[in-house]
Design a protein around this ligand. Structure first.
Ligand SMILES: C[S@@+](CC[C@H](N)C(=O)[O-])C[C@H]1O[C@@H](n2cnc3c(N)ncnc32)[C@H](O)[C@@H]1O
Length: 195
């Protein structure tokens, strides 16, 4: 497996948005366990998490959505170089448009790692698109500890943090989903859709 630093288009800076190491281990172990055939990812960046998911189960196909054209092109290049041609589709689109246009598609596993402020808006679509027994994983749900913080949230993060709080509330109260929250790194939720 390539390290993320070896990825075409990778820049090692403080704000690099690639999934962190403990979270990627959890993601990989969930794929190994559930062996999903059809995976949907929201937020491709340059294809690192998509490559980990593809490598974790050889029977999987990943459809991954990325709004930024350069990122999407980087991801295609990286995933082809890694030998995953024929096992992925990078869709260069806004996730909202994709979800509205593809409401009838079904997936066994969904990895949500796109715009954090939109998770709560995406949730009803994602839930409908998930097969029974399927798994929905969302990254960065605790957003640097701010989501569970009692402190006043700085104005620049306030609406994002409020939206993540709403997302977690809806997710945890959804009777069709069995949800566990992991609070390492930036926080990850894992929800299984009940049969
Ligand atoms: C956290 S990064 C994804 C990292 C990737 N999952 C990984 O770990 O390798 C989030 C990505 O979502 C993309 N993005 C942001 N808003 C989006 C939107 N509305 N629709 C689709 N992609 C979006 C960003 O361009 C960015 O590349």
């Amino acid at each position: 497996m390539k390290s993320k630093e070896e990825f075409f288009g990778f820049e090692d800076h403080e704000y690099n948005p690639i999934v962190r190491s403990e979270s990627i281990k959890l993601l990989s172990s969930l794929i190994e366990k559930h062996k999903p055939k059809q995976i949907l990812e929201i937020g491709t960046y340059i294809g690192y998490s998509a490559s980990v998911m593809l490598a974790s189960f050889s029977g999987s196909f990943v459809t991954t959505i990325e709004k930024n054209k350069e990122n999407a092109e980087c991801a295609v290049k990286n995933l082809k170089e890694l030998g995953f041609e024929g096992r992925f589709e990078v869709v260069n689109a806004d996730a909202s448009d994709f979800l509205i246009e593809n409401q009838n598609k079904k997936f066994d596993f969904i990895f949500l790692d796109g715009p954090k402020g939109q998770y709560v808006r995406y949730l009803p679509y994602l839930k409908n698109m998930l097969n029974e027994g399927g798994v929905l994983v969302a990254d960065d749900i605790l957003f640097y500890g701010l989501v569970r913080s009692q402190q006043k949230i700085e104005h620049k993060h306030r609406s994002l943090v409020n939206n993540l709080r709403k997302f977690l509330e809806v997710l945890q109260n959804d009777k069709d989903l069995e949800t566990v929250i992991y609070d390492f790194e930036n926080g990850m939720s894992v929800s299984v859709k009940k049969m």
